[in-house]
Design a protein around this ligand. Structure first.
Ligand code: NAD
Length: 384
């Protein structure tokens, strides 16, 4: 029988949307059901979480529903327990940097949702403290593990596209205001004082997606907007929505690639998926959504003729070929959790660390600055 090691994880913010669904249920509970994470030497790591939050009733019910024995409303006491080596945070953005610092001071390894902080200074402070303490650290970069983007990366790596020219990303959907229909995202997302805003939320993601798949980001021009200034919260109370709910950004990447990404909570979807990336290269093009990816080669490119007097004779959607599934694609959050747990025990480099997280915050901060000052902002190299 393979040796089983216990990994005590202090999980904060698991009653929230991401913490509960993606990190607890789809990742940690699923890993536990499957007998833990296999290490290089054949041993297995079994996560043993303690759920932390403010509402004892919610925590108890959540723990019970998923066969978890430990929960608490006392984070400080949990951090004192030497048997729990890892701190995880998926609670609200505004509190993250402070909590990470506390956990690092208590000698814990840390893993967390993005953004790691509300500004670069705090993000780098956390990364420096982690380096000094010699702990292991990771930040969620889930989009890299989406089947659609993994297929797209394979298409690019195969050389199919030739020289990359441009990327057009469309992210978003309509988030209900809360008067006519219940809201489907937390109201803090639309309040600046609570760490809300789509630029801080989404440019962190676009940094690692662009850097890892298309080319390092060199500069950004971003126009934000608050299209809907009044919303209704979880209790049906109206509030002033002062955070940006849409961002229209252009990025210059290494290798001369130009990327444009629209991020919006104020758009109604008519496209292949909630996020799509359309990439054009000299030898071929590709479009990726969350799960799927389609390609069109140079020799399969149709010849449209501009004629507004007739209905479009080409069914453009039919001129693309789908990249087939050739493997099982697990939930992306779980794949990254497993990689991080292996990193804790097997060692070796972990690419998606606090510095990578700080780079995400750097791009968000530059996007906000660009909007405010109405100009391009260059992205300088970051060092811990
Ligand atoms: N990786 C992704 O794709 C992705 C998607 C959405 C959100 N996120 C990130 O995940 C984090 C959580 O977002 P969410 O959408 O799940 O939010 P949410 O509001 O659903 O959850 C937030 C959690 O934090 C807790 N919390 C809020 N205020 C607190 C306080 N003052 N003290 C203690 N706990 C408090 C809440 O109880 C809840 O458990 C954010 O940082 C967000 O940026 C990541």
């Amino acid at each position: 029988m393979a040796k089983v090691k216990r990994l005590g994880i202090i999980m904060n913010g698991v009653t929230g949307r991401m913490g509960m669904n993606q990190h607890l249920i789809r990742s940690i509970v699923a890993i536990r059901k499957d007998g833990g994470v296999a290490l290089k030497n054949g041993a297995r790591v079994m996560p043993d979480p303690i759920l932390i939050g403010r509402d004892a009733g919610k925590l108890e019910a959540l723990a019970k529903a998923h066969g978890i024995e430990r929960w608490s409303t006392d984070l400080d006491a949990a951090l004192k327990n030497k048997d729990d080596e890892l701190f995880f945070d998926a609670a609200t953005t505004a509190m993250r940097a402070g909590l990470l610092k506390k956990a690092i001071a208590a000698g814990k390894h840390v893993y967390c949702e993005k953004p790691v902080a509300e500004n670069v200074k705090d993000a780098l402070d956390v990364a420096r403290l982690a380096k000094k303490a010699g702990i292991k650290h990771g930040v969620v970069q889930d989009k890299l593990f989406l089947p659609g983007l993994r297929k797209l990366k394979m298409v690019i790596d195969s050389g199919f596209m030739g020289k990359l020219l441009s990327v057009r990303g469309e992210f978003g959907y309509w988030v209900f205001e809360g008067d006519l229909q219940p809201i489907q995202r937390p109201s803090w997302n639309y309040r600046l004082k609570d760490g809300g805003g789509i630029i801080l939320d989404m440019l962190c993601h676009w940094r690692y997606v662009l850097d890892n798949i298309f080319g390092e980001v060199q500069s950004v021009s971003c126009l934000g907007a608050t299209h809907i200034p009044k919303r209704w919260d979880e209790d049906g109370k109206p509030y002033k929505a002062d955070a940006d709910d849409a961002a229209y950004a252009t990025f210059q990447l290494a290798g001369g690639v130009i990327a444009q990404i629209n991020s919006s909570w104020v758009t109604r979807v008519r496209r292949d998926d909630l996020v799509t990336f359309h990439v054009d290269g000299t030898h071929g093009s590709a479009v990726a959504g969350l799960q799927k990816c389609w390609t069109q080669a140079r020799v399969n490119t149709p010849k449209p003729v501009w004629n507004p007097d007739i209905p479009q004779p080409i069914d453009f959607m039919q001129t693309w070929e789908e990249v087939p599934d050739t493997q099982v694609y697990d939930n992306g959050f779980r794949v990254q959790w497993e990689a991080f747990i292996r990193h804790l025990y097997d060692g070796g480099p972990f690419k998606w660390d606090l510095l990578a997280g700080a780079k995400g915050v750097q791009l968000a901060e530059a996007g906000l600055k660009s909007w405010k000052e109405r100009r391009w902002i260059d992205i300088e190299p970051l060092k811990v």
